[in-house]
Ligand binder design. Structure first.
Ligand code: DC
Length: 227
């Protein structure tokens, strides 16, 4: 599918720890394009719900919150790269495993996904967008001219998460991370609403034995060939 007169989008989907975030951010920076971390939107909703005392079964309240929440991702200036909820910097808070699991639970509900659709599509601006998530190529930007699905063995993904957390001085055991990733993979893949699957026209890349640089180069080359 191609889209006429719409800024181009490169979609990068895949399970947690496959390297999507690193690759998508680097590709967006090198192309000078906008960047959407859709997982951060689901995580901000999870944090917001948690603060409001709303649980995963309260669909109507979650939908209302998804429509009303005040979130920002400044692209320039002092706060560039931060995630803001009601003006407060919550970049670290939303990265916890607990927030990720709660986000995955909320994300399984079709009305919640629907309520977040427009917010995500608003990131599509000239000169282009690199969008990272689970359903960027299948639902949100189904007409994107270039789609990637990054994957890696669950053991390698758990190792990467473990290293990231260690670098931040956060303690976690590899065994727990493996268990949590498997639970999240299962929930994200088996849900009926926009499950985690590669788009039919996506290029699948197994990053288990690849460096981030090698994957970035591959995506950049395809993006420059395509637009
Ligand atoms: O990519 P992440 O780990 O930050 O995402 C957190 C959760 O949000 C993930 O487990 C499922 C959900 N999510 C989603 O359902 N659709 C997206 N496009 C992005 C994230």
């Amino acid at each position: 599918m191609t889209s006429v007169n719409k800024p181009p989008v490169v979609t990068i989907d895949g399970p947690g720890g496959a390297g999507k975030g690193t690759v998508a951010q680097a590709v967006a920076a090198q192309l000078g394009w906008h960047f959407l971390d859709s997982g951060a939107i689901y995580r901000l909703l999870a944090l917001s719900a948690q603060r409001a005392g709303i649980d995963a079964s309260q669909t109507q309240q979650l939908v209302a919150l998804a429509q009303a929440m005040n979130i920002q991702f400044p692209a320039v200036g002092k706060q560039a790269g931060q995630a803001l909820l009601d003006g407060e910097e919550v970049s670290e808070d939303i990265r916890s495993e607990q927030c990720g699991q709660f986000a995955s639970e909320l994300a399984a509900q079709a009305p919640v996904r629907q309520a977040l659709l427009d917010r995500q599509r608003q990131f599509r601006k000239a000169p282009g967008l690199v969008a990272d998530g689970r359903d960027m190529g299948t639902v949100v930007f189904a007409d994107a001219p270039l789609k990637f699905f990054l994957t890696a063995s669950v053991e390698e993904r758990a190792r990467r998460r473990h290293n990231q957390l260690m670098q931040k001085g956060i303690s976690a055991t590899l065994g727990d991370l493996l268990k949590e990733l498997k639970a999240r993979d299962k929930r994200d893949s088996e849900r009926t609403a926009a499950p985690l699957v590669p788009a039919e026209d996506a290029i699948t890349v197994d990053t288990t034995d690849l460096s981030a640089e090698a994957v970035i180069e591959k995506v950049l080359k395809a993006a420059t060939d395509c637009v």
